[in-house]
Design a protein. Structure first.
Length: 533
């Protein structure tokens, strides 16, 4: 074999070995590449997860900041929901800075202008407020200490002040002379005595005192135990058990009128409904209180309110009271009310004040979107102020002419900008609240007697909130029902500008002598005001 042939043979023997190594290395590199590819994909997924977690944490942080801001506002800030837009349509943006020497010149010019103008002084009104002319006058003559013998009388110098006499107690001693006739042929005699007309026979408190105690507690929010302390200052000592008995007897005495009030309030074809919590002592929970609820029904056309106490916030309470209701029902967004909007004969109205509240709270979250809606809401409420004193027909026509275009513009704005909001953010919740209830929010346009919001019923609930801060809780479920009765009567008295003390005193004295068919005319919304003056 030649030398060249031997070299070729050796080389060809080595090639399979090198090829195998290359293939092995290639497989190893491919495996390494796949491994790196998987690691890269895992890193990308992990990065996406981190980004998603970051977004979630940012949303959660914004949510918590919003909650902290709302808590600070509740504790220390104003409760008003007034909105003043920071945007002025007539204000042009200035893309330049004003030179400093011009600012100084303007300040000097302004100072010279102020010096040249005469100073205006605010003149305080002269005289003092006139005292009420209907009050009785107690005259006191203060004669001079000097001897005025031989002097000419020039007249009287008269000074008037508003006097006050603290709480005054006295005893009503009712004396009834008794007579007996002479015996007739049958030796029968007749005894004569005037009938004792006491509305609550077993109660030693007069109707005036009972009425005053009820008004003090449920109108002026003074608990009974504080009233008893005031009694002691006048050396009148009444046990708390005695006062509790008095209030219980009073509640039973006027209870039938409460049932009549319920019938005449709930039979209206337009009702507003809301609910509010109240703590109640429960014998089944020693040392703890039960969370009960006052369901409040307002009849705007009758201007009457009806409080109904229930142990829970479930659907049982409104189902009981609205079982036969037909007409317009205005509520907030509580889910329990949705069932009534699906019933035949009931048109559900949502409350624009609640919708507005969502956007007002979202101003700090997205001022641009929230402000745009708030400005449109201001237009709606400006129209409502204009039509407030008009007839229902005029109100209906003006709403269709002026309010409907604003609502159409708002609806279009909400639909177009909904995609720019996060559902869980304050502005997202505001958009969702309106969009989900849009038809119900527009239903107030259907009749001029309908109101744009539920604000009036919230005003009716306010005394209950004030009462909770003073007497803290009701002593029992029965006491809570009595509280509902008093708030119903006194809330309706307020709507009709009736003095609750005079009304309740009249009711206590006359309810026993009133026929069942005539009890309606003792209610604040139907009573002849001349009867209680």
């Amino acid at each position: 074999m030649k030398k060249g042939q031997e070299t070729y043979k050796k080389t060809s023997e080595k090639e399979p070995v090198l090829l195998g190594e290359i293939l092995a290395q290639n497989e190893m590199l491919s495996a390494e590449n796949k491994k790196l590819t998987v690691e890269k994909e895992n890193i990308i997924i992990e990065k996406e997860n981190i980004a998603a977690e970051k977004d979630r944490l940012e949303i959660e942080l914004a949510k918590l900041k919003y909650q902290v801001e709302q808590m600070k506002r509740m504790l220390f800030g104003s409760k008003r929901e007034r909105f003043v837009s920071k945007q002025d349509a007539n204000q042009l943006s200035l893309p330049f800075e004003i030179e400093e020497h011009k600012i100084e010149a303007a300040m000097v010019s302004n100072a010279q202008t102020l010096e040249s103008e005469p100073k205006k002084t605010t003149r305080k009104p002269t005289g003092r407020q006139q005292l009420p002319s209907h009050l009785p006058v107690v005259e006191t003559v203060l004669a001079p200490l000097e001897d005025v013998t031989g002097m000419v009388f020039l007249g009287n110098e008269i000074t008037e002040e508003l006097g006050f006499s603290p709480r005054r107690f006295f005893i009503n001693r009712i004396i009834r002379p008794k007579y007996i006739s002479n015996a007739d042929e049958n030796l029968a005699q007749k005894q004569v005595i005037a009938p004792l007309d006491r509305p609550i026979p077993k109660c030693i408190a007069s109707p005036e005192l009972l009425a005053n105690m009820a008004v003090e507690k449920y109108v002026f929010h003074i608990p009974i135990y504080r009233q008893l302390l005031q009694f002691k200052q006048n050396d009148v000592h009444i046990k708390s058990s005695t006062s509790d008995s008095w209030m219980s007897l009073l509640a039973k005495h006027i209870g039938p009128l409460y049932a009549v009030h319920r019938l005449y309030t709930l039979k209206n074809s337009y009702l507003q409904v809301d609910e509010s919590p109240i703590k109640v002592l429960d014998r089944d929970k020693p040392g703890a209180t039960h969370q009960g609820y006052m369901w409040v029904y307002r009849a705007p056309l009758q201007n009457a309110v009806y409080f109904d106490y229930n142990r829970g916030r479930g659907q049982v309470a409104p189902q009981k009271n609205l079982a036969e209701f037909k007409g317009y029902l205005q509520t907030d967004g509580y889910v329990v009310y949705d069932q009534f909007g699906k019933k035949t004969g009931i048109t559900q109205l949502s409350c624009w004040a609640h919708a507005r509240r969502y956007f007002e709270k979202a101003l700090s979250n997205d001022n641009g979107l929230a402000s745009a809606v708030m400005l449109m809401l201001q237009e709606l409420y400006a129209i409502e102020r204009k039509v407030k004193e008009m007839s229902s027909t005029e109100r209906y026509e003006i709403r269709l002419e002026e309010s409907l275009p604003v609502l159409n513009k708002m609806g279009k704005y909400l639909a177009e900008n909904r995609k720019f909001t996060l559902p869980s953010s304050p502005i997202g919740k505001a958009f969702e609240y309106c969009i989900a209830r849009w038809d119900n929010l527009l239903n107030y346009l259907k009749d001029g007697n309908l109101e744009i919001d539920n604000n009036q019923i919230e005003n009716s609930i306010r005394p209950l909130a004030l009462g909770r801060k003073n007497y803290l809780f009701a002593g029992s479920h029965e006491a809570a029902q009595n509280i509902a009765m008093y708030y119903s009567f006194f809330g309706t008295c307020k709507k009709h500008e009736i003095n609750p003390y005079k009304w309740l005193t009249y009711i206590i004295r006359n309810i026993n002598d009133t026929k069942t068919s005539q009890l309606k005319y003792l209610l604040p919304q139907f009573i002849d005001k001349k009867m209680i003056e």
